[in-house]
Design a protein around this ligand. Structure first.
Ligand code: EPU
Length: 343
C-alpha cells in the first residue's frame, strides 16, 4: 500500500484537470482496502477512482483518493470470469477476445476500469455492462466487511446503478464476476456495426465471426468518432441521451420540422419512452467546435467536451456545459443530464 499527501491529480483524470488531493492511497489487496476504510486518521471522504475517465475535478479534493492496484483476470468456470476492480476494462475485452469468449467485445476501447464499469453500467453499440455482470464484490465502508452483491440488487439502468445513489459512499467495488460465452453471440444491430463488420471481414454470419473481429471493428469505429485521450483530455460522453415521452418526442419533431432541421433521430425504448441522441440536439444548437476558454465541443462528436488547449480550467468546462444545457433547453425544452460526475 502506498500513501501520499498533496498529490497532483492531473495524470489521474482523463480531462487532465490540474487539481490536487489531500491524500492518495493505492492499495493492492482487499485486506489493505479494509485497513484503509478502518483507519480514522485518513482525511475524509474516501473517494475511489478508476481511470478517472468519467469525472470532472472542479477543485482540489479535500479527502482521500483511493486507487485499486489489483489487476488480475481469472476464469472461474467455462462461462464465468472474475476481474479485479483495477483491471483496465479494455484489457478485459482483449483477454476475452484472445480466449475466444463472447461477452464484452462491443465494449472494447471504452476508457476506465472494471470497478467503475459496475458502478456506471458502461455501454456501447447495443450492449451494457449489466448484461454481463453476475455479481459485484465490495468492501462495506461502514464496518470494513466484504460482501458479494448479486446483479439483481444493483438496480441497473441506462448508465445508472445503486452505486451512484444510496450505495455511493457505502460500498467500494473490489471485483466483478462476468458471464461470458463460448457460443457465438455477436450483437450487430446498433448503428453501423453490422455494415462495418461485413465490410471488414466479408461476412456477418455468427458462425464465421469471432469476438476478436467484433472488437477490432468496434475499436476502429470508436477511434474515428471519439478523441484519443493522448491528444485531447475528455471524459467521453459528457451528457446522457435524454429519454422523453412519445408525446414530447412529437413536439420536438414539430419544432425540428418548423425549423427545417430534418427528422429527429430516435430509439424507441421498451418502457414506452423515446431516446433522442444528445449529440443531435447539441449539433442542431450549433455547438460543434465552439469553445469557452480552454474547453471546446469536440468537432466529430458534439456529445464530448474536450480540454482543447490542455490548459482548460474546471470553470471553463463547467461554463461550457451549462451554456450547452441552457441552449438545448431553450430550443427544444429538454433538460440534458450530465453523465460526467462533478467532484
Ligand atoms: N449525431 C449528430 N451529430 C453528430 C454526431 C452524432 O446529430 O455530430 C447523432 C446522429 O443521429 C447519431 C446519433 O447522434 O446517429 C448517435 O450517435 P452515436 O450512436 O455515435 O452515439 P451516442 O448516442 O452519441 C452513445 C454513448 C457512447 C457510445 C455510443 C455508441 C451515451 C451518453 N453515449 O453515444 O458512450 O460509445 O453510444 O454506442 O449513451 C461514453 O459513455 O463515454 C460514450 C462514448
Amino acid at each position: 500500500m502506498r500513501t501520499s499527501f498533496n498529490v497532483d491529480l492531473s495524470g489521474m483524470n482523463t480531462f487532465r484537470m490540474k487539481v490536487k488531493c489531500r491524500c492518495l492511497v493505492e492499495y493492492d489487496s482487499v485486506d489493505e482496502l479494509r485497513e484503509v476504510v478502518a483507519d480514522p486518521s485518513l482525511p475524509r471522504p474516501l473517494f475511489p477512482i478508476g481511470g478517472g475517465s468519467n469525472l470532472l475535478f472542479t477543485k482540489d479534493f479535500p479527502g482521500t483518493i483511493l486507487r485499486c492496484g489489483m489487476k488480475k483476470i481469472q476464469r472461474l468456470s467455462p462461462d464465468r470470469v472474475h476481474a479485479d476492480a483495477g483491471v483496465v476494462f479494455d484489457d478485459l475485452c482483449a483477454w476475452c477476445a484472445d480466449n475466444n469468449l463472447w461477452g464484452p467485445e462491443n465494449l472494447s476501447y471504452i476508457p476506465g476500469e472494471v470497478g467503475a464499469s459496475a458502478v456506471q453500467n458502461i455501454g456501447a453499440y447495443g450492449m451494457e455492462a449489466c448484461e454481463l455482470i453476475e455479481s459485484v464484490e465490495c468492501v462495506d465502508t461502514r464496518d470494513a466487511s466484504v460482501i458479494t452483491i448479486p446483479k439483481s440488487e444493483c438496480e441497473y439502468a441506462y448508465r445508472d446503478s445503486r452505486f451512484k445513489h444510496d450505495w455511493k459512499w457505502r460500498y467500494i467495488v473490489t471485483g466483478v464476476i462476468f458471464r461470458v460465452s463460448q457460443t457465438p453471440s455477436p450483437v450487430l444491430d446498433y448503428g453501423h456495426v453490422r455494415e462495418a463488420v461485413k465490410e471488414r471481414f466479408g461476412t456477418d454470419d455468427p458462425a464465421e465471426l469471432t469476438p476478436a473481429m467484433i472488437r477490432e471493428t468496434v475499436t476502429s469505429i470508436r477511434k474515428t468518432k471519439l478523441p484519443e485521450v493522448e491528444e485531447f483530455g475528455s471524459a467521453g460522453s459528457f451528457f446522457r441521451n435524454p429519454c422523453v415521452s412519445k408525446y414530447f418526442y412529437t413536439k420536438v419533431s414539430e419544432t425540428a420540422q418548423n425549423e427545417s432541421l430534418g427528422a429527429v433521430p430516435h430509439f424507441d425504448l421498451e418502457d414506452g419512452t423515446v431516446k433522442i441522441p444528445a449529440a443531435w440536439l447539441i449539433d442542431k444548437c450549433g455547438w460543434k467546435g465552439k469553445s469557452h476558454g480552454g474547453a471546446a465541443v469536440f468537432q466529430k462528436q458534439p456529445l464530448v467536451i474536450v480540454n482543447q488547449t490542455g490548459k482548460a480550467s474546471p470553470d471553463d468546462v463547467v461554463a461550457l456545459a451549462k451554456a450547452i444545457q441552457d441552449s438545448v433547453n431553450e430550443r427544444f425544452g429538454i433538460d440534458l443530464n450530465r453523465e460526467v460526475e462533478y467532484v
